[in-house]
Design a protein around this ligand. Structure first.
Ligand code: SF4
Ligand code: SF4
Length: 485
């Protein structure tokens, strides 16, 4: 019998099945315990401290009680507090990114993904370095500055050297005023040595979805291939951190297992990283299972409604207030709208989820042959940017922290120092103004400049304000780019 130990480096001890089951039983027993729920809500609320805010967060047990709670007014209160946290730490800024699929060769047998080895009719494709260049030019021409690269696991077709070459190519392309300033990497669990190579190649976040924390389900859903090894997969973030990567991104694929189990496992994983490495996950993604080539979501029993999905997002926001949250174009405009208010801080826009899906296609045309999943939100980046602004958000293309070496727990330090409005805010406005100048449609540009004028007034430090104004004048009048605080 193993014992629960968040400091252990063994998967089955830090994601401990017995602890999750006890957590779920505790949550069920307390889901109508109004006194406890009120205490937890109070604990989660952001508190003013010095110039900034601090938040205590919630443990996996505490957050699980809130997730189990079905009292309508308490759920509304959760949404209100989630919104307060979002505003206190992230303001109305939303960071934008796009996925770039490099290769769909894969030796694994994941039952929920059309790239699985046994799918013999999906075309297999791997970008050459010239094709990577073309994709990057197309992405830069849309206005993207931040990418998440994706590739299946295949030691012959997609070895680490191939991934490193692609990263190098991506950073080397500077088309017109464009450049990709942060490459996040979503590849299969690998060795400390390979993580070190990724770190040296200058990656931003290393992202790896756990898919499910439930070991038995994990083994069934990954019947063949190296990914079958639950412990190797679950311990990947520890190896990444050992390899020097400070920023790691967690996520589960909601719909595979019971959501309450996944939620507790996800938070336990975050607590484990904090306990062992002194820094929690940089981001948490909340993908839901989607239809794709030979995948039918109805074949899986654990799909969740939009209401449950929103509650999960709010509860994650309350539990780990300093962790960025990502939602992709898997979700519709309607779902993304609410999710943005209650916790999400990063969204993808104009995404193509196929290999080679950007170059040579216009905005409305998308290839489906190698798609990993159906995209619900099919709007162009310009439409997403405009929509964000019309809904009171500031679209941000900021990559400043990574480029200034502020990795690891720096966001927390930024929050606590109260410098967000003097740092993230002007960075968002400057990168938005680059976008408006170089890529936006006339209508989006007009809305954007009006928004910038209004939002500039919110920068508290006069000197920072004046520098931001000067930089934006330079962006409008010249080809000078990439200003940052
Ligand atoms: S989820 Fe990843 S590892 Fe699994 S089949 Fe798809 S690409 Fe391969
Ligand atoms: S300044 Fe840093 S924390 Fe703020 S938005 Fe930019 S990258 Fe993120």
């Amino acid at each position: 019998m193993t014992a629960y130990d968040p400091r252990s480096l063994k998967a089955e001890e830090f994601i401990h099945d017995g602890e999750i089951r006890e957590t779920l039983a505790y949550a069920e027993a307390n889901k109508n315990n109004v006194e406890l729920i009120d205490q937890l809500l109070e604990k989660a609320r952001p508190k003013k401290s010095g110039k900034g805010y601090t938040c205590a967060g919630l443990t996996h047990r505490e957050a699980s009680v809130l997730l189990a709670c079905e009292i309508p007014e308490k759920i509304e209160e959760m949404y209100r507090i989630a919104e307060e946290i979002k505003l206190a730490f992230y303001g109305n800024r939303i960071v934008l990114f796009a996925p770039l699929y490099l290769s769909n060769y894969c030796v694994n047998g994941c039952l929920y993904c059309p790239y699985h080895l046994k799918n013999k009719h999906i075309p297999r494709k791997k970008l050459t370095q010239e094709e990577v260049r073309e994709e990057v030019i197309a992405l830069q021409d849309m206005g993207h500055k931040r990418l998440a690269i994706e590739a299946g696991e295949d030691p012959v077709n997609n070895p680490i050297e191939y991934i490193l070459d692609c990263i190098h190519t991506i950073y080397s392309v500077h088309h017109k005023n464009g450049d990709i300033r942060r490459v996040n990497v979503n590849i299969a669990a690998t060795t400390v040595e390979n993580y070190r190579k990724l770190k040296e190649a200058g990656i931003g976040t290393y992202i790896l979805f756990q898919e499910t924390y439930h070991k038995d389900s994990y083994l069934t859903l990954h019947p063949t291939g190296p990914k079958h090894d639950y412990a190797y997969h679950t311990e990947a973030m520890d190896r990444a951190m050992e390899g020097g990567i400070d920023d790691v991104g967690l996520g589960v694929l909601f719909g595979l297992e019971l959501y309450k189990y996944e939620f507790a496992g996800l938070l336990m994983h975050a607590e484990h990283l904090e306990a062992v490495h002194g820094v929690g996950p940089h981001t948490i993604s909340v993908p839901r299972l989607k239809r794709a080539d030979d995948i039918d979501p109805d074949d899986f029993d654990n799909g969740i409604s939009d209401e449950i999905f929103e509650k999960i997002i709010a509860c994650i926001r309350l539990a780990v207030p300093y962790t960025g949250m990502i939602i992709s174009t898997r979700e519709s405009e309607k779902v993304r709208s609410k999710a943005l208010r209650i916790g999400i801080s990063q969204v993808s826009g104009g995404s193509r989820t196929s290999v080679g899906g950007y170059a040579g296609y216009d905005e409305k045309e998308r290839p489906h042959d190698t798609e990993q999943f159906d995209v619900s939100d099919q709007r162009s980046l310009d439409e997403v940017v405009r929509w964000l602004m019309e809904n009171g958000h500031i679209p941000s293309f900021c990559t400043a922290c990574y480029r200034e070496g502020r990795t690891g727990d720096r966001f927390m330090s930024l929050c606590k120092s109260g410098q967000i409005l003097n740092c993230c805010h002007p960075n968002a406005l400057m990168t938005l103004s680059e976008y408006l100048e170089d890529y936006a449609s006339p209508e989006t540009r007009e809305i954007g400049y009006r928004l910038i004028e209004k939002e500039l007034k919110r920068i508290p430090n006069e000197k920072v304000h004046d520098i931001a104004v000067q930089n934006m004048e330079a962006i409008r009048a010249s080809n000078r780019r990439d200003f940052r605080f």
